[in-house]
Design a protein around this ligand. Sequence first.
Ligand SMILES: Cc1cc2nc3c(=O)[nH]c(=O)nc-3n(C[C@H](O)[C@H](O)[C@H](O)COP(=O)(O)O)c2cc1C
Length: 200
Amino acid sequence: MPKVLVLYYSSYGHTETLANAVAEGARRVPGAVVDVKRVPETAPEAVARAAHFKLDQAAPVATPQELANYDAIVVGSPTRFGRLTSQMASFWDQAGGLWASGALNGKVGAAFTSSATQHGGNETTLFSLITNLLHFGMVIVGLPYSHQGQMTLEEITGGAPYGATTIAGGRGERQPSQIELEGARHQGELVAKTAAKLFG
Ligand SMILES: Cc1cc2nc3c(=O)[nH]c(=O)nc-3n(C[C@H](O)[C@H](O)[C@H](O)COP(=O)(O)O)c2cc1C
């Protein structure tokens, strides 16, 4: 049965909420074993506290070596200037041994993100994550239009064919909407289904 890791970084909890929705969707696949883990905070504690980071997150902290234990890895990071966070980049930068040995070649990868604004770089952030995963040899699953919610014009919504997204607002005042959460679940389910097909 497929082993799925939802690996995320989140300063203010929006990406954390999406990560839990991705995991919920992956658990819809019978037999799937799904872990949610986060990468270490690298900002100095004083900086993190001054910026009001959400430091009490339930997910355990992952180590790069653990990545090889999974059939699928879904990676979530908020946008930083249109690309992934340094916290997430630092984590993958420490996984060079896995890259060198090809330990993740052929595994399933996927990306999700949060940005403050609708056009603040969520798609480029997804591609910065996907680029990273492709370098590790992973096969990418996006968020197809079978998640119909991304088509809506009735409300502002995240979600792109490249991965689940949410829009947090300039002060983090908006939380993931029902459509965005369903997108994250849809992507998680598709990742687990794909891993089940590839790895049984
Ligand atoms: C240094 C920094 C750079 C950011 N750059 C962008 C950006 O380029 N575009 C954008 O829409 N939001 C930007 N944001 C806002 C974050 O993406 C937002 O706080 C995040 O999506 C919230 O997710 P989280 O609660 O998981 O941390 C930036 C935030 C910080 C702290």
